[in-house]
Design a protein around this ligand. Structure first.
Ligand code: C2E
Ligand code: MG
Ligand code: MG
Length: 691
């Protein structure tokens, strides 16, 4: 059958299956049922008006042979690669339907095709509305095609058996063409109703593909009609070349699929995605385009700490969630994995900006649900960059991807999770890859600066420590948060000079504050990579010496996952640091995957509860249970417990009641530059002295 209208119709109507029937939702089922009713009505009328028994009884062999061939071929699909690189199934039943149209009675070809389609639909567990639609569109297409045939050939409309006659060849081909066209139009309306596109565009979108595939099958119709007339037993011979073609087509389709899909997740790959963006851009004046790039945060940690098989499982789960979130047919979405932990979605739909923003928030929501892989519950965070054709048309694939990349990288920098590219702001913007050489220069050019965020004692309110947080004052892009460049620095081996710079600056400031009488300590973040650098302790030792600061005034913060990357090296390095007197803190505690055994072996000094458990803390919540458990665990191991992300006085009070020792967050104070920090420490000391 013509490019498998059953599957197309079924897919389109299945995809559009309304959960609740609103007025607009109803148009598709109403259309599908109407086509079903009209076609079956026509079939009923033709059967009633035809001498049913008589026509077959006279020439049973050729007619039964064609019917059997039609039914078998309808149930055997042949894969074909479409122009848009998707694989679709076609069946060769068209050939036998055209043959029957030319030599058999109308009721027989209609009934045989409807029956074959229905068997296939039931086998494919399609819904009643789809079965009815498919039956209706087959019956209608054949009815119209036969009208054309009988009008051009003079063959009786209802007709009985009439042996093939060369003079009806053109009429037969014309009827086959009519069959294909009516069929295609009826199915295209379903696609239009399901996706919200105009019928003219769904009819036009696939017409060449339809013509190529069904044209060959239609042309074989008269040959089948001749063969069945000579000897019905030769009919299977016609199937042999088709079977050979089917085998080659299957191989070609598999190869095509492999070359365009990611073997791990089954999503489209970069090549397929570029093609999809190209097609969407070509139609952007008719339907808008949005390109979304999505990058998982800290995926490397998962791979490093839990192994590549867990990383692979996580990627598969993420791709399943992405595909589900983008499955709405009206979005016209293509989802792809561009490589590593980078995914992309292109939308071809009206109002692409609103659609992309809604999809982005749906994606982020879906991804934030814990993922269960290898008996571990992981939480996934991602950053999304969006560019759309809404404000100005997209130029080409390259610039669309670049804009989305810039937006994604802004999202990472601003902690916004999803950012939309603003046209006209590219002049100063650079992609992440271009950022790398700039980061190398930035370290030497003094563009990195360190801010300090106060931590106060939960009971006395004294500022007992500050955390050093690095920022990049980019000459064109302004201030960049660490999320925009720390990952990049880690992967490019630049994290060591950055840490050295932060340590030098922080210890220098601390020496100054200490000289003014402040007795607090300073916390510096270390990356996973540094916990395998066996020279780190001696390096830290010399920096402490240079600044003239006692080791006990420095706390190094490491995350749970960074400990797990190379636990033996991490243990050794941290033990050496601790032996020097440096304090150890486990940062973002509760989000990683550290084992309690390791925690005990490491003999850390502090647990820093991740802010995701703190910012929305309310009495009786899960967060409260978690915070209470961490406090209990920490105190049982004689550790100090710090809560970060404290944004309000009520949360501060709550944390105090739960026994947290030290508070950090916007409520206590935002990260400040050194001179503002000096002032803040002095002011806090004054107010403590006044109390
Ligand atoms: P972190 O070590 O967990 O740092 C705390 C982060 O939470 C900081 O973000 C801080 O600005 C933010 N924050 C503090 N209080 C609040 C609050 O009340 N609400 C909210 N929503 N956020 C709050 P920042 O500065 O963007 O740093 C992000 C991360 O980058 C840090 O997380 C740390 O892992 C990393 N980082 C920062 N500086 C360095 C560094 O010098 N070296 C390394 N390796 N990593 C660094
Ligand atoms: Mg930290
Ligand atoms: Mg933290």
């Amino acid at each position: 059958m013509v490019s498998d209208p059953v599957a197309q119709g079924a897919a389109a109507s299945r995809a559009a299956a309304p959960r609740r029937f609103s007025r607009s939702d109803l148009s598709l089922p109403v259309y599908a049922w109407s086509v079903g009713a009209a076609g079956l009505g026509l079939l009923g009328a033709v059967v009633v008006m035809s001498p049913v028994g008589e026509s077959v009884a006279r020439h049973p062999v050729p007619l039964v042979a064609l019917v059997v061939a039609l039914i078998i071929s309808e149930l055997t699909s042949v894969p074909v690669a479409r122009r848009d690189s998707t694989i679709s199934a076609t069946t060769i039943s068209t050939t036998f339907a055209v043959a029957l149209l030319m030599v058999g009675p109308l009721w027989l070809v209609m009934a045989a095709q409807v029956l074959a389609g229905a068997v296939d639909d039931v086998r494919g567990r399609r819904r009643p509305v789809q079965v009815a639609f498919n039956a209706g569109q087959y019956a209608t297409s054949l009815f119209v095609a036969r009208a054309v045939f009988s009008w051009t050939s003079g063959h009786a409309f209802l007709g009985g058996f009439r042996a093939f006659d060369g003079s009806t060849l053109l009429a037969g081909l014309l009827a086959g063409l009519t069959f294909g066209v009516v069929n295609h139009v009826l199915v295209s309306v379903v696609a239009a109703l399901a996706t919200g596109q105009r019928v003219t565009s769904t009819v036009g979108s696939d017409v060449l593909f339809q013509f190529e595939t069904s044209g060959v099958l239609v042309a074989l119709g008269p040959i089948a009609a001749v063969i069945v007339d000579v000897s019905p037993f030769m009919l299977p011979l016609l199937v042999l070349p088709v079977l050979a073609v089917r085998r080659t087509a299957l191989l070609a389709a598999t190869r095509e699929h492999q070359s365009l899909h990611d073997p791990l997740t089954g999503l489209g790959n970069r090549t397929l995605f570029r093609g999809a963006v190209e097609r969407a851009i070509a139609r952007q004046h008719e339907r808008g385009v949005a390109v979304l790039l999505l990058d998982l945060d800290h995926f490397k940690d998962v791979n490093d700490t839990l192994g590549h098989h867990v990383g692979d499982d996580l990627l598969c789960e993420v791709s399943a969630r992405l595909s589900a979130a983008a499955a709405e047919p009206s979005l016209g979405a293509t989802v792809a994995r561009l490589g590593g932990d980078e995914f992309a979605v292109v939308l071809s739909c009206p109002q692409p900006l609103a659609a992309a923003q809604a999809l982005a928030s749906r994606l982020l929501g879906d991804l934030s649900q814990p993922v269960e892989v290898a008996h571990t519950r992981l939480s996934v965070q991602a950053s999304i960059g969006i560019t759309t054709s809404e404000a100005s048309p997209l130029e080409d694939v390259h610039s669309a991807l670049k804009q989305a990349d810039i937006a994604m990288y802004e999202a990472k920098g601003e902690r916004a999770r999803a950012c939309v590219h603003v046209p006209g702001t590219d002049s100063g913007s650079v992609g992440r890859l271009m950022l790398l050489p700039q980061l190398r220069e930035a370290i030497d050019a003094g563009q990195l600066v360190v801010d300090y965020q106060p931590q106060c004692d939960a009971r006395s309110g004294d500022v007992v420590a500050v955390e050093a947080l690095v920022r990049w004052d980019h000459p064109e892009m302004g201030r960049l948060e660490p999320a925009a460049f720390i990952d990049l620095a880690e992967s490019a081996g630049l994290i060591a000079p950055i840490t050295t710079y932060v340590l030098e600056s922080a210890l220098g400031e601390l020496a100054r504050w200490r000289s003014r009488g402040w007795g607090g300590s300073i916390a510096v973040n270390l990356s996973a990579r540094q916990l395998s650098d066996l020279n780190l302790p001696s390096h830290v030792g010399s920096l402490l010496e240079l600044a003239g600061v006692p080791a006990c005034c420095l706390t190094v913060e490491v995350t749970e996952s960074s400990l797990m990357a190379d636990p033996r090296a991490a243990k050794r390095i941290l033990a050496e640091l601790r032996a020097m007197g440096v304090q150890l803190s486990i940062d973002d505690f509760g989000t990683g995957y550290s084992s309690l055994v390791l925690l005990q072996q490491l003999r850390v000094d502090e647990l820093k509860i991740d802010r995701s458990f703190v910012t929305d803390l309310t009495p009786g919540s899960h967060d409260e249970v978690l915070v209470r458990s961490i406090v209990e665990l920490g105190h049982n191991l004689a550790l100090r417990v710090v809560a970060e992300g404290v944004e309000s006085s009520s949360i501060a009070r709550h944390l105090r009641r739960l026994g947290v020792d030290v508070l950090q967050g916007h409520h206590v104070g935002r990260p400040l530059d050194p001179s503002a920090t000096t002032a803040a420490i002095a002011a806090a000391d004054r107010s403590t002295a006044d109390r």
